[in-house]
Design a binder for this molecule. Structure first.
Ligand code: G3P
Ligand code: MG
Length: 497
């Protein structure tokens, strides 16, 4: 059961009540007494069906930057740090049903059409596996009651480079085990900046295993739900125009990116060298006549100076209109969303590089200095509750694809390398957590602040095989023996041992 409770969110309203209340909330850009309100301009279709649900944010009353500006010696507790990601009064909409938002797409490394989550079709192998599974009742029941949630960077890959154990565990979970059974697994990454389809295509190739968009969540995937709330949005971050493509796919109606604004008025970004190619590919218009309803930081900024300048202009404007300055910096401020809050990201460079969290804290500090007030903001991604709730939707849906049984399995294992995001989130959500040593975590026996509850492992193979042995028996084997003929190898589980 999830370990979050309402008091964790500083809100005594039960989630089910909050949902119906919040969905009919204040008009666009208004701030509730407690903070940033998300507009409910009819979060429903023509038939009155809402496509999103709202999850209370884990949050604090002040921006993270305040910690650094006022008291550098503050060392927030695990609870405080969890609460420091979002502003008071915010909710994070997520798609109501995974099924409604499916863009079904499975990518196979060799490009051959096959079954979701399975190696190439081999009828005789399937028949043998089915017979073995018929004979191994208890093990099969246990296997159908477990699932894995994988962090990606630092667990399965480093950027575009495979962590070899990652390939091996996916083979095991796709049927290379003594039962020939598929074990449901999903991918939950704070990565961003690309549409889901090309991202799973790329991952399938690197990992040499088929991966479906239906088992994949990146930081901005749940933000698809926000397309129902805002008409014109500024999308920030990522390479070229890839995040515009992401927003288009999510159904945002009117998408603006910083290049469109610079092409309209280059004086907005005095230090930017704007190329002819960028000018040709941008979509300028008269932004003094357009109200931007919200800012979505989908991925890492490629040009902090330009992006921060444009965001600051909008945050200080009257309801998101360039060329204006709001009389009151709070009541006319448009909302700003970030797809994740990681401060650092491991790369090829010896020291981790700054990520979206660092960009956000810089922006918060500048905003506070220039306006005197804290910036209210919303952050998605791990370890935010909304992202884990969405993961539940995806797991249940994938359980149906794999086992024809749409429910949450009893034993969910999160495998991650970052204690401050993968592990803290999994712990709070009541999952078993495994910390691996192939990424961000470089510590001793376990992380001191956010210890993994199932343990620390050398790599993903050690973590997955230990978890499977716990659930399926210490003697469980991680290969499928096709030469076994159940009908001639006796009856019962012994035949497969
Ligand atoms: O911090 C950005 C991203 O690279 C983290 O990815 O897969 O470790 O959540 P992941
Ligand atoms: Mg990671």
């Amino acid at each position: 059961m999830p370990a979050y409770d309402d008091s964790d969110f500083g809100d005594s309203t039960p989630l089910n009540q909050a949902k119906s209340h919040d969905i009919n909330r204040a008009p666009s850009n208004n701030l509730s007494a407690g903070g940033l309100a998300i507009p409910g301009d009819g979060s429903s279709d023509a038939h009155g069906t809402a496509h999103s649900i709202e999850v209370p944010a884990t949050r604090s009353s002040i921006a993270d930057a305040s910690h650094y500006m006022h008291n550098l010696s503050l060392s927030p507790s695990m609870r405080d740090r969890r609460g420091s990601r979002n502003s008071f009064g915010t909710s994070l909409p997520i798609p109501r049903s995974k099924r409604q938002s499916r863009l079904s797409s499975v990518h196979y490394p060799e490009g051959v059409a096959q079954r979701p989550g399975m190696p190439p079709i081999q009828p005789s192998r399937d028949i043998i596996a089915a017979q073995l599974q018929d004979l191994a009742g208890e093990k099969v029941t246990a296997a159908k009651d477990m699932a894995f949630v994988f962090d990606i960077d630092g667990v399965l890959v480093h950027g575009d480079r495979l962590i070899p154990e990652g390939k091996r565990v996916l083979e095991i979970l796709n049927g290379e085990n003594e039962l020939g059974i598929k074990i449901p697994h999903i991918f939950l990454t704070n990565g961003s900046g690309k549409r889901e389809v090309p991202r799973v295509e790329q991952l399938s190739k690197i990992l040499h295993n088929p991966i479906s968009t239906e088992q994949f969540i990146q930081s901005h995937t749940p933000m698809r739900a926000l397309a129902e709330y805002y008409k014109t949005v500024l999308v920030v971050g990522g390479e070229g125009y890839k995040c515009r493509e992401v927003a288009e796919e999510y159904g945002f109606e009117d998408i603006v990116v910083p290049n469109d604004i610079i092409a309209w008025d280059p004086t907005i970004a005095p230090y930017r060298v704007f190329t002819e190619e960028e000018r040709k590919t941008s979509r300028p218009r008269d932004f003094s006549k357009t109200n931007i309803d919200a800012i979505m930081v989908f991925s890492d900024s490629r040009d902090y100076a330009t992006d921060i300048q444009i965001i600051m202009d909008l945050l200080q404007s009257e309801n998101g209109r360039f060329g204006t300055r709001a009389a009151d910096p709070v009541s006319q401020r448009i909302p700003i969303y970030f797809s994740q809050g990681d401060m650092l990201c491991p790369t090829e460079h010896p020291f981790p590089r700054m990520s979206q969290g660092a960009f956000r804290i810089g922006l918060e500090a500048m905003y506070k200095s220039l306006t005197g007030v804290d910036l209210e903001r919303v952050v998605y991604g791990k370890p935010e509750l909304a992202t884990y709730k969405y993961a539940d939707e995806v797991i249940a849906s994938w359980m149906e694809t794999i086992h024809n049984d749409e429910r949450l399995p009893k034993n969910i294992y999160m495998i991650g390398d970052n204690p401050a995001s993968d592990i803290i989130g999994g712990n709070m959500y009541g999952w078993n957590t495994c910390l691996v040593r192939t990424g961000v975590f470089q510590g001793g026996e376990n992380d001191e602040e956010n210890p993994a509850n199932f343990g620390v492992f050398k790599n993903v193979y050690e973590a997955v095989t230990t978890a499977m042995k716990k659930e399926l028996g210490q003697d469980f084997k991680f290969e499928f023996n096709e030469s076994i003929n159940p009908s001639t190898h006796g009856i019962g589980a012994s035949a497969i041992e």
